[in-house]
Design a protein around this ligand. Structure first.
Ligand code: R5P
Length: 290
């Protein structure tokens, strides 16, 4: 098996290769003056070899998607059996047409990936049903227990794990189970992109340490509003964790104005990515028979 890393996931691909004890593939990726991409596989690939391509389709999404497609296609043309490991699945939030006429972007992306991959693995997709947009075996792995273990090692005293909205309840529940502590959720209403109102009603707060857990942090609006509501309701120190640190603009700084800590996994590389999903990916891949 050979593990190739796209530009968005070079470090993670190296970790995955090491965890699996297999070769790291080499590929040249260049950008022409007009912005078009050029990809060439430089490692020796034999017919029937198993090749994994690790590439998050994070910002710049369109470029990273094209690079993933080119890597997979080039490998398939060389006779490899290919699998796409997409730690962060971009366009995952457009998981359905919310209004008539909208493109279901996550489905469009899936349809293209499966043209040159035999299998797909992603980490905590925003909605699990996007896996059904693939006609090839597609699965996800859950990084929430790894977040729980991170805080366990920190030794936080009886924290309360809180989801900033109902959509992240299951995630917060898994983190709380790993920590053996209480769990709850805020209620969020979205007013527009990056604009939300949040209430912490129903949560019993009396100065305890709170860990807010979400799948994605993008503008930071969801976490900032949850932090404010929790503080107003009587919460103590706030720690923030997410799976996918999209962190657009000054999101991290906005959050750190309200929280002691911001931590994330490395599905997207960031200065807050202190929890590696490489062991999780390696564990899933070991179970495959490509
Ligand atoms: C929404 O349903 C997601 O789970 C996140 O809460 C959301 O994407 C975060 O976005 P932002 O950081 O822009 O509020």
């Amino acid at each position: 098996m050979i593990v190739f890393g796209g530009s968005a996931s070079t470090g993670l691909a190296a970790e995955v290769a090491e965890a699996l004890g297999c070769e790291q593939g080499r590929a040249a990726v260049k950008t022409f003056p007009d912005g078009e991409l050029f990809v060439k596989i430089e490692s020796r690939v034999e017919k029937g070899d198993e090749a994994l391509v690790v590439q998050s389709t994070s910002r710049p999404q369109n470029r990273n998607i094209m690079e993933l497609l080119f890597l997979l296609d080039a490998l398939q043309e060389m006779g490899a059996r290919t699998a796409a490991i997409i730690p962060y699945y971009g366009y995952g939030r457009q998981d359905r047409a919310f209004e008539e006429g909208e493109a279901v972007s996550s489905k469009v992306v899936a349809r293209h990936i499966q043209l040159s991959a035999e299998r797909v693995l992603t980490i905590n997709p925003h909605k699990e049903h996007i896996l059904h947009y693939f006609d090839i075996p597609a699965s996800s792995a859950d990084a929430a227990p790894a977040i729980g273990r991170y805080f366990k090692e920190k030794g936080l005293e009886r924290p309360l794990v809180v989801a900033p909205d109902a959509g992240s309840k299951a995630l917060a529940q898994t983190v709380a189970e790993t920590l053996g502590c209480r769990c709850g959720n805020c209620q969020k209403r979205r007013l527009g992109p990056g604009r939300v109102v949040t209430s912490a009603e129903g949560l019993e707060l009396s100065g305890e340490t709170v860990i807010i857990v979400d799948d994605i942090i993008d503008s930071g609006g969801t976490i900032v509003e949850a932090s404010k509501a929790l503080k107003a309701g009587g919460a103590g120190p706030i720690h923030v964790a997410c799976i996918h640190p999209v962190l657009t603009g000054n999101a991290a700084q906005r959050i750190l104005d309200h929280a002691r800590e911001l931590v994330a996994t490395n599905t997207i590389d960031s200065e807050y990515s202190r929890i590696s999903v490489a062991p999780l990916i390696a564990e899933a891949v070991r179970k495959w028979n490509l």
